[in-house]
Each structure stands twice: as C-alpha cells, then as structure tokens.
Design a protein around this ligand. Structure first.
Ligand SMILES: C[S@@+](CC[C@H](N)C(=O)[O-])C[C@H]1O[C@@H](n2cnc3c(N)ncnc32)[C@H](O)[C@@H]1O
Length: 219
C-alpha cells in the first residue's frame, strides 16, 4: 500500500482546476494523501481499496513497513528511476510521509469516504462520480493481472463514472516495459463504445512512464 500526495496526483493525471469540480474517486486509493488533501480543499473526494476493510489502526501500523519496502526496491533498481520531478529521494520521502499522515487522519475523520472494494467490482451506482483516478494498479501489475482483468476493471470504472477515467502509468513495475496487450485492450474497449486516448503528463519517476490513458463513455 503506497501513499501519494495531491501534488503527485496533480502531475500524474495532468489535473486542471475544473477537473476537480465534481465527485472524484481514487481507485485504488491505497494510503491516499490525494483524497485527504483534496477533501481539505473542499473537493468531494472518495477512495476505494480492498485494504480499507482492515480499519485505520491496522493500516497505520502497516504503512511504515510498506514505505521502507518501496524505498528499498527503488535503491535496488536505481537505474530505472529518474529524479527530475521529485528533485531528491529526501523530497520524495517527505511528500510520502506527509501524505500518509493526512490519509490516516482523514480515514479516522471521514471513514465513509473510504470504501472497501476490489476491482473489477465497485459497490457504487452507475454514473455516480465525475472523475476516476487510477494510479499504480492497472498496467503496473500486468505480470499478475491479465488482459481480461484489465478490460473488466476499466469497464467497471467507466460504469460508475459520468466523466473521464484516468489511468497512470502504462508500464509494468517489474521491468518498466510497456504492457504488450495495451493495443489489443484499447481495441476491445473501443468496441464496447468507450473512447480511449493516451496523453503525455508532466510527471516521470519510473523511467519512460510519462503517459496516462483516458477513457470516456460516449454519451
Ligand atoms: C501500489 S498501490 C497504489 C495506491 C495509490 N493509488 C498510489 O498511487 O499510491 C496499489 C493498491 O491497489 C490495491 N489493490 C490491489 N488489488 C486491488 C483490486 N483488485 N481492486 C482495487 N484495488 C486493489 C492495493 O490494496 C494497493 O493499495
């Protein structure tokens, strides 16, 4: 479970001010500093993740170990990361720690906004949110989650969304390579009546991961 901040999400998803006017779903939220910080700014933000079933106490204990594990993985694979956006490992850790604190506090304050759920099923009504942001789940773990799972997950996020689904990144965590089934998956989604586009974003950490996928239902 990782913890990313509002600043990281704003860059990864090229968020403009108007993008956050409606209801925003972070799926999978993890330790969503984004949702906590957005809510503090008055954004109607919620998150979905299977780990929310454990409650704030268990998650708070687990987060320190998860951050250390992430840092160790980055140190062991230093050639696969670029620091232009963060500036330094210290700045990244600082953002993560702040995001983690904001998440735990918001989870305690607004538990109803953190929904325990596993893709490809979301317990939300059709068209009930305006923007879905999906960071570091789809494509990231494509060595374990196959094309059919991705198709079902994207179809489900599009079902609950009146506006746009944005997914970042489009490369695998294991080797930083593009997902081989991306083209075929986009063809299938277009066949379901979804409009798909790949857009460059002003963020890069995994070398070469500079693009998000946007998916919208034709209305
Ligand atoms: C690497 S974390 C990313 C969290 C957050 N979006 C971020 O960018 O920091 C991946 C998250 O996906 C969640 N997850 C795993 N399987 C899932 C599923 N089937 N549906 C929804 N979330 C899932 C995990 O619990 C974990 O919190």
């Amino acid at each position: 479970m990782s913890s990313r901040s509002f600043a990281e999400y704003r860059a990864m998803f090229a968020l403009g001010e108007r993008d956050l006017d409606g209801v925003v779903l972070d799926c999978a939220g993890g330790a969503s500093g984004f949702v906590a910080e957005a809510a503090a700014m008055g954004v109607r933000a919620l998150a979905a993740d299977p780990l929310y079933a454990h409650g704030a106490g268990v998650l708070a204990d687990r987060l320190a170990a998860d951050l250390e594990q992430g840092n160790a993985m980055i140190s062991a694979n230093a050639e696969r990361f670029v620091w232009r956006w963060y500036g330094s490992p210290e700045r990244r850790s600082e953002l993560r720690l702040r995001a983690r604190k904001a998440f735990v506090a918001d989870l305690r304050r607004r538990p109803g906004s953190y929904v325990a759920a596993s893709l490809p099923h979301l317990p939300l009504a059709g068209g009930s949110v305006d923007l879905v942001l999906c960071s570091h789940l789809l494509f990231t773990w494509a060595d374990r989650l196959g094309r059919e799972w991705h198709r079902a997950a994207i179809t489900e996020m599009s079902r609950v969304c009146r506006g746009e689904v944005r997914i970042f990144p489009l490369v695998r965590m294991g080797d930083g390579e593009p997902v081989p089934f991306l083209g075929a998956l986009l063809d299938e989604l277009r066949g379901e009546g979804l409009a798909c586009a790949v857009r460059e974003v002003p963020y890069e950490f995994q070398r070469g991961a500079r693009h998000m996928l946007t998916v919208t239902r034709h209305h």
